[in-house]
Design a protein around this ligand. Structure first.
Ligand code: ADP
Ligand code: MG
Ligand code: MG
Ligand code: MG
Ligand code: MG
Length: 649
């Protein structure tokens, strides 16, 4: 979850005092990076996924499943290989927000070679095995699951701890301090978000109204917590802590572009796909022991770190704060980044004009300057006393401080100071899937889409306000089968001027389509993303094994999109509703959750088939990441994925 710095965190009032200092030096650091690296060219495609996992502890006698607060015991062991053989490690492990979470990535990024698609699933398997080997096979397991169904219910952790509304970082009625990772960054973020906001965060998810759900559905909370009484909405599941969002797990992908312009272009193009992938990956239908009326985590995690004051949220007139801000720091992007996309950036967003003018004066173009001036309306949320005065030419901590606490659907990642890494973009909306096969399929699909966008010079842009509408639709129950999304029918630039800017973004270029139509196409009307990927694959030289691997992933994505395979959220929802002990009152009891989690464990870790979720793929990907890394461009006629294919579509 971003930058980890060791040291002594400052209090919120102290941190606030340094906000302008951090912003000023953050921008100075950015300018050094841009100045040094804006001309950097010819980086090859590199990519890697991040999978977040949760640890689970079963009690088979009592039939309970709890979140196991053990990641700090596991991490040093998981990191041994990376520390002993840096550069040769096959996996890499990082702490995450909750003390039941860990994040795993490939040890080294994968490359632009087609054969690497055979390795991603194997690497995910290896990660899973590394964790499983450190757990007690009788009653512990690791799960790649978006949201733990009974998060925030009494005794949802092992060991069990009591939440406290007067001590600790969250002041939560539900989420105990011990469930937050012990690195000071996490508690400090939690406390400072609460203090900056001026109250606890307030998360209200609409409850799924079943036949026996009380209507209106109103919960009672202990009298000592006035905030819950004010913030909890009827017919909603109320949650009051950062852990409910940041304690969810997700799947992210990062891509290295060949230069800064390609990175900006991919950032924009992929932004359009974020709602589509969010809907397809939907994996969070249950919160705090209740079935929700949504299938995804996005609004929950967004609200869970919403540090905006009442003034910034527009509830009271602006007096002490600088801006009215429409969105949480965890939300969809507010502007496109490339010059060509400017006409589609139709969202009215706050930005820091002083920073904007400074960036322009230093030669940055308007689109990019606005992007950073927008990110920089935020205050730093943590600051370590040892890290206040830095050498701006060498350090990027202040830049990263603000950058990495803007948790948006896409992230534009400038190269870190003093590293061989190029310009990257990160694709962040995907909910994590139960199996390595599914996660590999999602990752592969997004990598291939980037290749299709570049090779065929696609233009997916629609007004950004429409992308936001899509993100709202994406979270709805059964969105893949029931919702329609704004999407371009015309995938080429339609009437560009000499700068390559589409002259007038016309409504004729996009319309409402189902996810099935977007992914699989519609005869005579729209080519569909998977047919385009296949067309791309036909145009490059791919060996048979790799093509088979990719085909299975594409088949999976195609059937997800058509609704033949259920989303993880739909599958979980059905599991609950069909459980003999479910009383049609929206309650996911301890016993139902136990059965659900045990089934997830069997599917995720023991190869139990689940045809409704992903059919019956054959395991083709057994090779782990090996010597191929030494020659990222492949051998024996194996295609690489850099360099555009020029045939049209
Ligand atoms: P963050 O948490 O900041 O998003 P991580 O380091 O956890 O970043 O993960 C970044 C992902 O990017 C990993 O999968 C990693 O393998 C991958 N990666 C590393 N270097 C590069 C690179 N040069 N280009 C693209 N991806 C990279
Ligand atoms: Mg993470
Ligand atoms: Mg990470
Ligand atoms: Mg991160
Ligand atoms: Mg990330």
């Amino acid at each position: 979850m971003g930058l980890l710095t060791e040291g002594s965190p400052l209090s919120w009032p102290e941190t606030k005092k340094y906000a302008d200092h951090v912003r000023h030096h953050g921008i100075t650091q950015l300018l050094y990076i841009v100045d040094r690296l804006k001309e950097r060219e010819n980086d090859c495609l590199k990519w890697g996924d991040e999978v977040e996992y949760m640890l689970v502890k079963f009690d088979h006698e009592e039939k309970t499943a709890k979140l196991l607060l053990k990641s700090s015991n596991l991490l040093p062991k998981l990191q041994e290989e990376e520390h002993a053989n840096p550069g040769k490690n096959e996996t890499s492990w990082k702490p995450e927000y909750a003390s039941y979470m860990i994040e795993g990535t490939p040890g080294q990024p994968l490359g632009g070679c087609m054969r690497h698609f055979n390795m991603i699933e194997a690497n995910m398997k290896l990660r899973r095995e590394e964790v499983m080997n450190l757990l007690n096979p009788d009653d512990e397991c690791v799960l790649s699951m978006t949201c733990f169904p009974r998060i925030g219910c009494p005794q949802f952790t092992f060991p069990s701890y009591k939440p406290s509304t007067s001590s600790g970082a969250s002041h939560s009625l539900f989420f105990p301090q011990e469930a937050i990772s012990s690195h000071p960054r996490y508690s400090t973020l939690t406390r400072n978000i609460r203090e900056r906001r001026g109250s606890k965060v307030a998360i209200n998810v609409p409850i799924f109204k079943d036949t026996n759900t009380p209507s209106p559905f109103i919960e009672t909370f202990p009298n000592n917590d006035g905030e819950a009484w004010r913030a909890a909405k009827p017919d909603h599941i109320y949650m009051d802590a950062m852990g409910f969002g940041m304690g969810c797990c997700c799947l992210q992908m990062t891509f290295q572009a060949c230069n800064i312009n390609e990175a900006r272009h991919l950032y924009d193009q992929l932004a359009v796909l974020t709602p589509i992938m969010h809907a397809l990956s939907a994996g969070a239908p249950i919160f705090r022991g209740y079935l929700a009326d949504v299938d995804c985590r996005w609004n929950v995690i967004s609200a869970s770190v919403d540090d905006r004051t009442e003034e910034e949220r527009g509830l009271v007139p602006l007096k002490n704060d600088r801006f009215r801000i429409r969105k949480s720091r965890y939300d969809s992007i507010d502007s496109y980044l490339s010059v060509q996309a400017a006409p589609y950036s139709d969202i009215d967003m706050a930005y820091d004009d002083e920073i904007f003018q400074r960036l322009l004066k230093e030669g940055m173009d308007e689109q990019m300057a606005k992007h950073f001036a927008h990110l920089y309306i935020r205050d730093p949320l943590t600051l370590f006393s040892e890290k206040i005065d830095l050498n701006d030419e060498e350090d990027s901590d202040h830049f990263e401080n603000i950058q990495s606490t803007n948790w948006q659907t896409m992230r534009f990642k400038p190269p870190p100071a003093n590293s061989p890494i190029g310009w990257r973009v990160e694709f962040r909306p995907t909910e994590v899937q139960l199996t390595d096969f599914e996660n590999a399929a999602f990752a592969t699909f997004v990598v291939l889409i980037t290749r299709v966008i570049l090779s065929f010079n696609l233009n997916l842009l629609i007004p950004l306000s429409k992308v936001d509408e899509n993100l709202a639709s994406a979270q709805k129950r059964d969105a893949v089968r029931k919702e329609k999304f704004h999407f371009r029918t015309m995938l080429k630039i339609c009437g560009a001027n000499e700068k390559g800017v589409e002259v007038c973004p016309k409504e004729c270029c996009y319309k409402l389509m189902s996810i099935d139509e977007i992914i699989n196409g519609k005869e005579g009307e729209f080519s569909g993303l998977i047919p385009l990927i296949n067309k791309f694959l036909d145009s490059v030289d791919v060996d048979f094994e790799t093509r088979c691997t990719i085909s299975q992933y594409l088949k999976f994505m195609s059937k997800k999109a058509s609704g033949e395979y259920l989303t993880t959220a739909q599958w979980m929802r059905n599991f609950v509703v069909e459980h003999p002990e479910y009383k049609h009152d929206s309650v996911v009891s301890e016993h139902i959750a136990y059965d659900l989690l045990k089934t997830c464990h069997e599917i995720s870790n023991n190869g139990q088939p689940c045809p409704k979720l992903f059919g019956c793929p054959e395991t083709l990907t057994t090779r782990s990441i090996g010597p191929e890394f030494e020659s990222p461009h492949g051998a024996n006629g194996t295609a690489t994925m850099n360099g555009a294919v020029t045939n049209g579509i």
